[in-house]
Design a protein around this ligand. Sequence first.
Ligand code: NG1
Length: 364
Amino acid sequence: MSRAPSSQRLSASHFQRLFGRPPEAAAEAPGRVNLLGEHTDYNEGFVLPTTIPQLTRIELARSGDGHYRYYSANLDQLVTYRDGEEPPPGFARYVYGCIQMLRETGFQVEPCTCRINSDVPIGAGLSSSAALEVAALRGLRALFRLAIDDVAIAKIAQQAEIRYAGVHCGIMDQMAASLGDARHMLFLDTRTLERRLVPFPDGAEAIVLDSGVPRKLSDSAYNLRRRECEEAAQRLGVPALRDIQEAGDAVKALPPPLDRRARHVITEDRRVLEAVRGVSAPEFGELMNASHASLRDDFEVSVPALDVLVGILQAHPWVFGARLTGAGFGGACVALIAQGMGASVKPQVLAAYADLGYRGAVLV
Ligand code: NG1
């Protein structure tokens, strides 16, 4: 009989102390970082995320007494509610949303208890919410033996995020957490959900650095960008910007800033399609650099600190390319670097960033 790793034994006994019974099921799901394809998922376009080593873990059991009890080890917080009640906004709302969505989809879910523990950084653009949703849905699938596949888990997780966390997001994060892996990039068509795991360019790996700038305005600006893209698509007479392949005369004739917004989405989709043709690490890096310029100039979602950090990364001899990742307005940068060089690149880049008065951090 194999022994559980010590951290698992510890948390299982913590679960027992919390709820007076051992867990009946356990699951986990990773955070993600997007290499290319930013602000394309809600335009039904292409994305290229990979998963990160940090995970959200969940242990679960039936509660047997009509109560739902969710414990967050990170927050040391226990939230309790009964059917007909709603938990307050926060981590419990994500689990609640997943259960509500499972029921709406026709699955039977009984009241349960769960313990959640995560090392996915929160609010850094690494999709801690998708990791929690997918971990919760995997755990509920195991506990109640639900016949539900990984794509359905991603779709239900996305609906939980939209309906119960109030974030009108695309499906990239949940698909990455449910179907991605850390050794590959997940090439995903967000319209058809066709997907393929593609290897990293030879001799390259990804690192992620936090700019230290919180993503304050991102919710309202994100929704504004969505509306601008929808309006551009409508004026161009297509269901979504994904349907335009060239930033030609019709795009140029759009009123500003819709012309620039559309140009970003169209060129970004092309960069993803180019990247999965099997390009070299330097070519992939060039596509990332072009993506950052487009996010900064056409989509206008960068901030000075992100431009500074990306500039330092791009100038480093072991870096093939770098750009902001996630929605923007602060948060993290992703870089493709020579394999095995992270231990020297990360401190050198952060020291140069600190010399300019900023305080960054290593995320991956
Ligand atoms: P981040 O910023 O990593 O949370 C957000 C959206 C994604 C995608 C990117 C931009 C949420 C939960 N996720 O990601 O779906 O649209 O922005 O490419 O809002």
